[in-house]
Design a protein around this ligand. Structure first.
Ligand code: FAD
Ligand code: DHB
Length: 402
């Protein structure tokens, strides 16, 4: 087994791990990234599409804003709509008017591409397609990660700190002993069917639609690519949804019967079912192990928060590790878990709230009373300054240090 040393061993090269390595590099801290997939696989995953303003500010401050400004699309707000008694209503909610902040449509794939390029420029070491990743002695002074590299060589990586950025299914979370760890979870009784389509978006900004048949969302990736979602039963088989059925359901749920609006269809190039859950695992630090992003928490996608939370976590973590490893102050590493969790719980609540407001409950779990409450909530956030400002403040994103 060959042994190497770095300051921070980072497990997982999703947005959390890649951005952490970039922030540490800027602070003069050496890191090694370990990822079990190939770069192409990581880049091929279609995931988040919306960056909140604090994420864009942060990425711009650290030299990663140029392509967002050039190729991203700034949105002032979203549309919220509902159809009740056969009548549709669509309302625009302007975040800039309410809280002075916007959001940007810029795919996670593009963020990942920018971060991979930055890491390559910085000459920091990455190992892709590793196997058998195991964490050791994270509670002690000499933590290490062992793994088998792509060529089959067993390696031991020793570090001052280990960052667990390996997503919901990665091994890092289990590095926190079961008697220390506490988890909270909510599994929702529905899922999303997501499609990527080669067709110009039929809207200038995202449409979140409540419909008696179930929720629908019209998002986008560019002027020529649309991203659309439909509420479906949990564990729905994609085979139940041939393209014609997808477009028909989207047209019904997104149509609102006014202004002659119609949904343009086109070739569907990706289709998958996403389960929906809220999950928080605490603490986010144990000894020299620090968790960030989906490794510590999952939100349902309705509030577009998962990627933004990962960005916020690693921003706090990079500041804390820099103060510790460069300046010798442990104050921020000691408060990292508490600081990060404040925002995690805010986003957990917001994502749960948006999800609960917009999805119809399956028979037996909800009734006409629940629907009236949802409609009342939607009318309130689209007609009251205070209601709209609350949604806008959370969606456009609170400051990273919140
Ligand atoms: P991940 O992106 O999951 O990265 C973790 C990395 O660790 C992966 O590359 C994984 O391969 C690697 N890994 C796992 N196990 C190991 C191991 N044993 N060894 C080494 N590496 C390992 N969020 C939003 O904000 N807005 C959205 O619109 C949105 N839409 C989404 C749509 C989909 C389909 C999905 C799945 C998620 C969506 N999310 C969205 C959530 C968002 O994508 C995640 O919150 C975000 O990817 C979290 O980043 P991360 O780096 O923490 O985790
Ligand atoms: C997208 C996904 C979301 O969950 C959301 O709330 C907004 C946009 C998207 O993939 O574009």
């Amino acid at each position: 087994m060959s042994t190497t040393r770095t300051q921070v061993a980072i497990v997982g090269a999703g947005p959390a791990g890649l951005l952490l390595s970039h922030l540490l590099d800027r602070a003069g801290i050496d890191s090694v990234l370990l990822e079990n997939r190939s770069p192409d696989y990581v880049l091929g995953r279609i995931r988040a599409g919306v960056l909140e303003s604090s994420s864009v500010d942060l990425l711009s401050e650290v030299g990663l804003g140029e392509r967002i400004a050039r190729e991203g699309d700034e949105h002032r707000g979203i549309y919220l709509q509902w159809t009740a008694e056969g009548q549709g209503e669509r309302h625009h909610l302007d975040f800039v008017d309410h809280v002075g902040r916007s959001v940007w449509v810029y795919g996670q794939t593009e963020v990942t591409k920018d971060l991979m390029a930055a890491r390559e420029r910085a000459g920091q070491q990455s190992h892709y397609e590793v196997r058998d990743v195991e964490l050791h002695d994270v509670a002690g002074d000499r933590p290490a990660v062992t793994f088998t590299d792509r060529d089959g060589t067993h390696q031991r990586l020793e570090a001052d700190a280990v960052a667990g950025c390996d997503g919901f299914h990665g091994p890092s979370r289990a590095g926190i002993p079961a008697d220390v760890r506490r988890t909270w979870e909510r599994v929702y009784p529905y899922a999303w069917l997501g499609v990527l389509a080669e067709v110009a978006p039929s809207t200038d900004e995202l449409i979140y639609a409540w419909h008696p048949d179930g929720f629908a969302l019209h998002s986008m990736r560019s002027r020529t690519v649309s991203r659309l979602y439909l509420q479906v039963p949990p564990d729905e088989d994609v085979a139940q949804w041939p393209d014609d059925r997808v477009w028909e359901a989207l047209a019904t749920r997104l149509g609102h019967g006014q202004d002659g609006w119609t949904l343009q269809d086109g070739p569907i190039v990706e289709k998958s079912v996403l389960p929906m859950r809220s999950f928080v695992s605490t603490p986010m630090r144990h000894g020299r192990l620090f968790l960030a992003g989906d490794a510590a928490h999952i939100v349902p996608p309705t509030g577009a928060k998962g990627l933004n939370l990962a960005i916020a976590d690693v921003t706090l973590l990079a500041r804390a590790l820099t103060a510790w490893l460069v300046e010798g102050s442990s104050t921020l590493v000691d408060s990292y878990s508490e600081d990060a969790l404040r925002r995690v719980w805010r986003c957990t609540h917001f994502s749960w709230w948006m999800t609960s407001m917009l999805h119809t409950l399956p028979p037996g779990q909800g009734d006409a009373f629940d629907q009236q409450l949802q409609l009342s909530q939607l009318r309130w956030v689209t007609s009251s300054q205070a209601g709209a400002a609350g949604l806008a403040e959370n969606y456009a994103g609170l400051p990273i240090g919140f």
